[in-house]
Ligand binder design. Structure first.
Ligand SMILES: O=P(O)(O)OP(=O)(O)OP(=O)(O)OC[C@H]1O[C@@H](n2cnc3c(O)ncnc32)[C@H](O)[C@@H]1O
Length: 241
């Protein structure tokens, strides 16, 4: 791992492409960990994801995160800042390999016919999972992205989303009875008793997206741009985050 791209006393401008405090806090925490010697001036900005409010699948969710970055990057006041975006998504979970599923079913205790039917239905039902994509754009223009870990959504939440077209945050409220889950501990916080919260979950994916900025020598394009020539101050910043 290399040293931070800016010196110890430097203040690095950062824009989070969202007004959601969970995302702002997660990215701020990730930056503090990744670059302990750097003070980050983090601001939030409105951004357009350009995808449905509840993105479905990896491609659409990643597109939403990149669109947020693009909409912020287009504004001249953010030139020279590190830009960060996180988009929460849901999608189909991977199915267990058929051969392994069959082998495991054969090992299961031979219960009643009804229980066997229920087990079979459970195995056949496609599960939804929750995840997020994080995109960061270094001041020099290079972008990096990372996908979060994923977790299975409870069937009750999946059913509401699939049958009523609700967003995950709204489905959370319907099942857990909590308001504004997306701005609080999130679905993962509800399901883990806050062992993992939406903030700590997003902090992790933000750190992974920052890997190229932590190792600019290993990732072409992420090296700090050459210092600006005298008299060109105010244009692209000369360092990374
Ligand atoms: O203000 P923005 O940045 O748009 O934040 P958001 O949370 O509304 O927007 P996302 O696009 O990241 O998430 C899409 C939807 O999924 C919900 N969501 C995603 N991940 C969640 C989680 O872990 N817990 C609760 N809701 C979640 C979220 O509340 C939205 O309804």
């Amino acid at each position: 791992m290399t040293v931070p791209l800016l010196g110890p006393q430097a203040v690095a401008p950062v824009v989070v492409a969202s007004r959601n405090a969970v995302k702002i806090n997660a990215i701020s925490a990730a930056l503090r960990q990744a670059f302990p010697g750097v003070r980050h001036a983090v601001v939030s900005a409105d951004s357009a994801s350009g995808v449905p409010d509840q993105p479905f699948g990896d491609a659409q969710t990643l597109e939403g995160a990149y669109n947020r970055i693009a909409s912020v990057a287009a504004l001249p006041q953010h030139r020279g800042s590190l830009l960060c975006a996180i988009e929460g998504g849901i999608g189909w979970a991977a199915s267990p390999p058929a051969s392994a599923a069959a082998a495991l079913a054969a090992l299961a205790p031979q219960d009643t016919w009804q229980q066997q039917q229920q087990q079979q239905q459970q195995q056949q039902r496609r599960q939804l999972e929750c995840f997020a994509w994080c995109v960061v754009r270094a001041p020099g223009g290079a972008c990096s992205h990372a996908r979060s870990a994923s977790f299975a959504l409870p069937p009750a939440i999946a059913e509401i989303i699939l049958e009523q077209g609700m967003e995950l945050g709204a489905a959370d409220v319907a099942v857990f009875g909590r308001v504004k889950s997306g701005q609080g501990i999130g679905t993962i916080g509800q399901l883990t008793g806050s062992l993992i919260t939406r903030t700590s979950y997003y902090e992790h994916v933000a750190l992974m997206a920052l890997v190229p900025l932590l190792n600019p020598g290993l990732y072409p394009g992420f090296a700090a741009p050459a210092p600006a020539a005298p008299g060109t101050a105010g244009q692209e910043a000369s360092g990374g985050s």
